[in-house]
Write a new protein. Structure first.
Length: 267
């Protein structure tokens, strides 16, 4: 009969008990898994920080050196007072345009006016980019405006996206609203010359075609001319819809959608 010590010796490999070898292998496996998870997490964090850094700056603007000149309106401290007053007037004109088109507004986004080049880049209005930009998130809505803008059309357009999101709610806006409809609605308060439907008859085939473009990747193409055609067709399509529902406000339609009605059935 083997003694207890003899029994342990028979369960050894290279002088180490098998139970210890097993524990070491499990430890290495666990540490390897932790290393992989940590690497993936860090990569994801870096990607998210890069992609959503603009939203971070928007969300924390209240802790920056921007001046809050009115409730939820923050202006770059580098901007002169005369320019601040001009932009405040422009903002109110854009709001009036939306109100005249669709009715009393419900949204109250955080409005951020940037002036320095650093802040242009930080808030997503770097060189070659548009001078007004809307950010719509689950926790808030932000309208970033360059101090250089003179464009009430683009300002009203981007502000309108925010109002639509406010009326529908974030989830419905992101998951149920087709891009062509969103853009077509915003284009009703955008009078830029190149997109005026009064100057160019729109083929009904084009209108039917644009109504199939539900996703951004389909609507906004790499071909600038095609994207412009999509925008014009969407504007014409929505104009027809609003004309057919003249007795019912857009917000009434959105109320039905919020209560569960399909968007296509609502209009």
């Amino acid at each position: 009969m083997l003694s207890g010590s003899d029994s342990v010796l028979t369960c050894c490999r290279n002088g180490q008990p098998y139970v210890n070898l097993y524990s070491n292998q499990m430890y290495k496996f666990i540490m390897f898994g932790i290393g992989i998870f940590t690497t993936i997490f860090v990569m994801f964090f870096v990607y998210a920080a890069y992609k959503y850094s603009r939203i971070f700056w928007c969300a924390t603007v209240g802790f920056s050196n921007f001046n809050e000149v009115e409730n939820n309106i923050f202006i770059d401290s580098a901007l002169e007072n005369s320019e601040s007053e001009r932009l405040l007037i422009l903002i109110n004109q854009a709001k009036s345009r939306i109100t005249n088109q669709y009715g009393i507004m419900a949204s109250s986004p955080v409005i951020i006016v940037v002036d320095s080049q650093i802040n242009h880049n930080r808030y997503g209005l770097g060189p070659g980019r548009q001078t007004v930009r809307a950010y719509i998130t689950p926790w808030g809505k932000y309208l970033v405006i360059s101090s250089r803008t003179q464009d009430i059309d683009l300002l009203a357009h981007e502000y309108c996206h925010i109002e639509i999101a406010e009326q529908l709610g974030y989830l419905v806006f992101k998951t149920k609203l087709p891009v062509w409809l969103d853009e077509g609605l915003a284009m009703q308060v955008d009078y830029r010359e190149g997109f005026r439907i009064e100057n160019q008859p729109i083929n009904p085939i084009e209108i039917n075609r644009v109504k199939t473009l539900d996703r951004s990747c389909d609507f906004f193409t790499r071909n600038g001319e095609q994207t412009n055609r999509n925008i014009i067709a969407a504007k014409a399509a929505v104009y027809e819809i609003l004309d057919q529902h003249s007795k019912m406000s857009l917000y009434d339609l959105f109320s039905k959608v919020r209560n569960g009605k399909d968007i296509a059935d609502a209009y």
